[in-house]
Write a protein that binds this ligand. Structure first.
Ligand code: GLC
Length: 549
């Protein structure tokens, strides 16, 4: 048995800026991401819908989250399951009607839950009336709303860029014998934001949803909206050519004239009284670049540029400590960090990190400093689904194709109960229910030691402890490399979080930090026996949330 010392010989990485002031709602919110196709089906077609979300809002209220982010439910031919929008201001019939949306939004607000919707500005569907017009002739008034170029003299595409999904980023349209650009699927032509009429029309979309009362937008693929205007070929021997992806990111990512547009988006949301927010799908080269999307010093662009780097880090105490130290250190003054471990593109925590670690992943997500985004089903410890090749739906066949499985495994239906199709639907769902659906909401609600009850308790403690939702953060030194320990503090109240990444136990000596430890929560959902003076025992793969007296 090792005796482990913890030491706070480093400075806090963040100290509250306005310790006593009221914080904007989103500074301490928990956002819960809903993939609507897979949350709850109410009309028996095997696909989730808006009424289903409305029906399950009391569950989310009981879970304790503050806001939901719903991925696209707009009119769409569903080539990329809603990320190919053919009408930005209408609901796809598969998800219901505008009246269903309004009713869902009203119920959410009655229950104190804010609603963030997706906004897909980089591209529309090729079935959008704008694109149908645009492709009809070279002199159509909407021609310039998309990006059209002649091929090279030898008939090759205008340049050698490859789409993120597969193949050339250009498709030749025979009607006018020109190529259009699409960084994703052929069915997702990129919009030309340098055309003022297009920009105006898209900004009207933001107003449309804000006037309905939404509480913000998650901006899809926002970093690639502006491309190098001369569309240069990428030199084939460029060292940045990675993994077969023939896209030099400097040409399509974080281009300088993206930022005035983000500032305009910000001014638009800021002109509404309910404090709507912008959350960004902000892939980045490093944490320093991530700060660009928030607007650096002025913080006048995206409120929450999502930190999408952490889902890619190994589940390892040292790696994560370093990653979050780097992230917090890079943050602009006054910026609020975003915490993401999983989403509809990444798959599930319990599968990526391992079943023995999934509660600890939730512990990390909900006790670090920042705004956590929880992905539906991760509060149950849902696993990635087994998708047979003939059941595959995801069109993504990009460079690594998510290990050949696409993104379907992390998008299987929510597991509500043990009835057929897990209570998600009355018919065979669009993706098969994960085979372990016997672990579901109904069962876990009854089990005091379930992952669901663990997450609920954790959220309750986070909400009630200012140290956890707005306090400073300080990573601690430990003599045991498989432990991650950090302290959150607010007005003298200190919470200590310890996560054991290993299958071994140890005793922690806290005598140099406190003379009294108060137990708050264990990932085992029991009350461990330990000496409340200053030493505690941590079991294999356990995480502990404590208060230091
Ligand atoms: C974003 C979405 C992803 C979608 C892509 C194209 O990366 O998260 O699901 O396929 O944009 O819209």
């Amino acid at each position: 048995m090792t005796s482990v010392q913890l030491a706070s010989n480093t400075q806090p990485l963040y100290s509250p800026i306005s310790p006593n002031g009221q914080l904007p709602w989103w500074h301490h919110a928990i956002i819960y991401q809903i993939y609507p196709r897979s949350f709850q089906d109410t009309n028996g077609d095997g696909v989730g819908d808006l009424r289903g979300i409305q029906q399950r809002l009391p569950y989310l209220q009981a879970l304790g989250i503050d806001a939901i982010w719903i991925t696209p439910f707009y009119r769409s031919p569903m080539a990329d399951f809603g990320y190919d929008v053919s009408d930005y201001c209408d609901i796809d019939p598969i998800f219901g009607t505008m009246a269903d949306f309004d009713a869902m939004l009203a119920t959410a607000h009655e229950l104190g839950i804010r609603v963030v919707v997706d906004f897909v500005p980089n591209h529309s569907s090729d079935q959008h009336p704008w694109f149908i017009e645009s492709r009809s002739s070279r002199d159509n008034p909407k021609r310039d709303w998309y990006i059209w170029r002649d091929g090279k003299d030898d008939g090759q595409p205008p340049n050698n860029w490859e789409a993120f999904f597969h193949g050339s980023a250009w498709t030749l349209d025979p009607t006018t014998d020109q190529y259009y650009l699409h960084l994703f699927l052929d069915e997702q032509p990129d919009l030309n934001w340098r055309n003022p009429e297009l920009a105006q029309a898209m900004k009207q979309v933001l107003h449309f949803w804000l006037q309905k009362g939404v509480d913000g937008f998650r901006l899809d693929a926002i970093t690639t909206m502006m491309k190098a205007p001369d569309f240069p070929d990428m030199p084939p021997d460029d060292p940045r050519f990675q993994g077969g992806l023939l896209l030099r990111l400097v040409d399509v990512h974080n281009y300088p004239d993206l930022h005035p547009i983000l500032r305009e988006f910000r001014q638009i949301v800021d002109s509404y009284p309910n404090q709507p927010i912008l959350v960004g799908e902000t892939g980045c080269a490093d944490f320093n670049e991530l700060m660009d999307f928030g607007g650096r010093e002025a913080l006048d662009e995206i409120h929450l540029p999502m930190n999408l780097k952490t889902p890619w880090f190994a589940w390892d105490a040292h790696v994560l400590k370093q990653a979050f130290t780097d992230y917090y250190t890079a943050l602009s003054k006054g910026a609020v960090p975003s915490l993401v471990l999983g989403n509809h593109d990444q798959g599930r925590l319990a599968s990526r990190y391992g079943v023995e670690h999934h509660r600890n992943a939730n512990m990390l997500l909900l006790t670090l400093w920042g705004v956590p985004t929880m992905y539906y089903g991760d509060e149950l410890g849902m696993l990635d689904g087994l998708i047979l090749p003939e059941q595959r739906q995801d069109p993504f066949v990009g460079h690594d194709d998510y290990h050949g499985l696409g993104r379907d495994p992390g998008r299987t239906p929510m597991q509500w109960d043990a009835t057929a199709y897990a209570g998600f639907s009355t018919v065979e769902p669009w993706l098969p229910v994960q085979t372990t659906f016997l672990s579901n909401v109904a069962e876990q609600e009854q089990d005091p030691s379930s992952t669901l009850n663990f997450c609920k308790r954790l959220i309750e403690l986070r909400r009630s402890s200012p140290a956890l939702h707005r306090g400073s953060i300080q990573f601690l030194e430990t003599t045991e490399p498989s432990l991650l320990a950090y302290q959150r503090e607010f007005e003298g109240i200190r919470n200590l979080i310890i996560i054991n990444f290993a299958d071994t136990s140890c005793t922690l000596d806290l005598s140099n930090m406190t003379d009294r430890v108060e137990f708050w929560l264990s990932s085992r959902m029991d009350v461990p026996t330990f000496d409340t003076v200053s030493s505690i025992f941590i079991r294999p793969y356990e995480s502990l949330l404590l208060k230091l007296g």
